[in-house]
Write a protein that binds this ligand. Structure first.
Ligand code: UDP
Length: 316
């Protein structure tokens, strides 16, 4: 990959986005970060503002975008269920109008465009391990639909642009990802449990805690995204990116209590509507086509994430 490539990272001030901006700058690329700061934060990108290869555009992907990029990575969307359920209409528009705007921009610039899709396209999946051929089990009218259906619609329009205009697309289906800089107030499992454990407050497990997730450490995810971007034009996906080490919510809670040496106990609350019962990626395609494998063990990744929160001022 040429180092003078210009990357446009939409949602570049968010969790994955800001890590990706730093990663690309370290590789010598030029980065334009576009974000409307609905869930991304200035703190995430503050260290990058003085870098000459970094440019910030404050706007939503819903509005027409005028800049030139060689490679576009579309991460623009609220991803935390707590936040997207607060802004469902904006979330849907961001995913659908945003995808269309960016595909048009990609065509104009003859750019490669990568869509950050999600394991949520599988909904509450029937197969215990989800491969890319599974079409999903999504509630189209539920409280998670703004995100799930928005991401599904985005995949659909990406494929049509590819079929009709031969747009150079790539679709990554990103499974749960965690690490430093996850927002402390986003209600997600890792950030919530670590903060509760560090304050010796009880951990809030929803349902009976037997539902599962697979947690992928951010550094592994960045490698996966970069490998997909560099892959041959014929590799368009969708392609699962995630860590197949499956854990129940209870196991994650117990691990975090242990690694923080916390006095916290576990408290049970009702399971939110449409909360998927299990989720585990089949990553054979990424292994074969990209030679990608996540290598960060959950204990190591959670320890690094705990260290981040220990060194950050915690909200009370
Ligand atoms: N969860 C929980 N307690 C919390 C936050 C999350 O038990 O305080 C559970 C949630 O019900 C889900 C899993 O953890 O089963 C992962 O939730 P998260 O919001 O992190 O992401 P999701 O994978 O559901 O999008």
């Amino acid at each position: 990959m040429k180092t003078d490539n210009v990357f446009l990272i939409t949602g570049g001030a968010g969790f994955i986005g800001s890590h990706l901006c730093s990663y690309l700058l370290r590789k010598g690329h030029k980065v334009i970060c576009l974000d409307n700061f609905v869930s991304g934060t200035m703190d995430n990108i503050k260290p990058l503002l003085s870098n000459n290869n970094f440019q910030l555009i404050k706007q939503s992907v819903i509005e027409p975008i005028s800049c030139h990029a060689d490679i576009i990575i579309n991460l623009a969307s609220i991803a935390s269920p707590k936040f997207y359920q607060k802004y469902p209409i904006d979330t849907f528009k961001t995913n659908v109008y945003g995808a269309i705007n960016l595909l048009e921009l990609a065509n104009k610039s003859n750019a490669i465009i990568l869509q950050a899709s999600t394991s949520e396209v599988y909904g509450d999946p029937q197969p215990l391990i989800q491969n890319e051929k599974y079409w999903g089990n999504v509630n189209p009218i539920g409280i998670r639909s703004c995100y799930d259906e928005g991401k599904r619609a985005a995949e659909s329009i990406f494929m049509d642009f590819h079929r009709i205009y031969h747009t150079k697309i790539k679709i990554a289906r990103i499974f749960n990802c965690y690490g430093p800089k996850l927002r402390s107030d986003d209600g997600r499992i890792v950030s919530t449990f670590i903060l509760q454990a560090l304050k010796n407050k009880n951990l809030t497990v929803y349902g009976d805690g037997t539902q599962t997730r697979c947690l992928c450490y951010i550094d592994d995810m960045l490698e996966g995204i970069y490998k997909l971007i560099q892959s041959n034009d014929s590799i368009i996906g969708p392609i699962n990116l995630g860590n197949p080490q499956e854990q129940s919510v209870i196991q994650i809670a117990k691990l975090i209590i242990e690694l923080t040496n916390s006095k916290s106990n576990i408290e049970y609350y009702p399971l939110p509507a449409d909360d998927p019962k299990h989720r585990c990626p089949d990553i054979s395609l990424a292994q074969q086509l990209l030679n990608w494998n996540p290598t960060t063990d959950i204990i190591e990744g959670i320890k690094k994430t705990i260290a981040y929160y220990q060194n950050t001022e915690l909200p009370s």
